[in-house]
Ligand binder design. Structure first.
Ligand SMILES: [Zn+2]
Length: 384
């Protein structure tokens, strides 16, 4: 059994130990020490990284009481070693883990729901609940948790006897027996946990509950604590400041300014579409009762307007109608149609000769051509 220094104190950053076993593997080595401060992955908390005698530790897992350090290189048995854990990473994981306990504890007391899933990702922390809470309840949870954090409470680690455990109220994902480790923030949360935690809530700084959405039978909350929460808020503030400057709106009035812009944009789109419809009708009215091929080039027409004009033309003419828009550099969009016609072989021929793409129904094809204007004109002259 490896002596677990991270349970003596979660603030041990460096330690001396002896290699008791070293197993070579295809990828490197599995090293067992007589004692270690490297926390193995468990309880939703990722493992520690760092070095042993300068050799990088790539992963740490607990197997039958042994803490296995996965390294790229072996270290001979009985070697005295010095381990250094990546403290920035570990401290961040402690902060995220303790923050999650306080949030889950508050939700459990206030709404009666249990934490049924917890994951510390490289960017986001997720907490899954077995019941639903609203956005307003999420905000209430955040406010109350931060109030508790600011009161700077201490964390206690308890190892109760089975009798003591029976009288203790605590959260746990499963029924526990034997040695149970309890992490208690008095008045905040009491939970069975094998992870590493901060000594005082001040180290968490604050928690930010980012989102809540339905997940399985309950909800999934995205949250951040400490430095991660601070960096997230800084990014969000900077982004809002940019929007504020772009729209000349006060920072707390950006969403109203965006709404105005969307409304204006909607009106403009409507107005453009109205003008375009009038133009389409106007152009179409100039062609009536023709049975020969009609070719119309309309600069700056959208594919939708091209389609509408072709559709209007075939209502009044029995010949082939070809509408296109674009330029030699960017290519052309087209619609090719004929009332009750079958244009499939013509479209195939055109796509081959004019580097085209597209298709549709036998009587109506739409697509793009990657050919010169002159070649497009010549092609339609040749079929007339
Ligand atoms: Zn925990």
């Amino acid at each position: 059994m490896t002596e677990k220094l991270y349970y003596i104190s979660s603030y041990i950053k460096e330690f001396d130990a002896i290699v008791t076993e070293c197993r070579k593997t295809d990828k490197g080595a599995e090293i067992i020490l007589d004692k270690t401060a490297f926390y193995p992955e468990g309880g939703g908390q990722p493992c520690d990284l760092g070095t042993i005698n300068g050799i990088k530790v790539l992963d740490v897992q607990e197997k039958e009481g042994e803490v296995v350090h996965y390294t790229a290189e072996p270290i001979e048995k009985n070697t005295a070693v010095h381990g250094i854990i990546d403290w920035d990473r570990r401290f961040d994981l402690m902060v995220q883990h303790s923050g999650e306990h306080l949030v889950s504890g508050f939700i459990n007391r206030r709404f009666g729901y249990n934490n049924v899933g917890f994951h510390i990702g490289s960017e986001m922390i997720t907490v899954d609940l077995d019941g639903e809470i609203t956005k307003e309840e999420l905000r209430e949870t955040e406010i109350q948790t931060n109030k508790y954090i600011l009161e700077n409470h201490k964390a206690e680690i308890l190892c109760p006897t089975p009798e003591e455990l029976k009288t203790l109220e605590y959260r746990s994902k499963k029924e526990l027996s034997g040695d149970v480790r309890i992490v208690r923030f008095a008045g905040g949360d009491t939970c069975a946990c094998c992870g590493t935690h901060v000594d005082t809530t001040a180290e968490i700084g604050f928690v930010k509950l980012i989102s809540v959405q339905k997940f399985h039978e309950g909800v999934r909350i995205e949250m951040l604590s400490g430095r991660r929460a601070y960096e997230y808020m800084t990014k969000a503030t900077d982004e809002n400041a940019k929007i504020s400057a772009l729209l000349s709106a006060k920072v707390f009035e950006t969403s109203a300014a965006v709404q105005r812009l969307l409304d204006e944009n909607g009106q403009l789109k409507f107005s453009v579409s109205d003008t375009e419809n009038k133009l389409i009708n106007n152009i179409a009215s100039q062609y009536n009762g023709l049975d020969k091929t009609i070719v119309i080039e309309q600069p700056d027409f959208s594919p939708n307007s091209i389609r509408k004009l072709a559709a209007a033309l075939i209502e009044q003419n029995s010949g082939i109608c070809f509408v296109f828009s674009g330029n030699d550099n960017d290519g052309y969009k087209y619609a090719l149609a004929q009332k009750d016609g079958d244009l499939r072989s013509l479209v195939k021929d055109m796509n081959t000769k004019l580097d085209g793409r597209g298709g549709g129904k036998p009587f109506f094809a739409q697509g793009s051509l990657n050919a010169a204007h002159k070649d497009i004109s010549d092609f339609f002259k040749s079929i007339d």
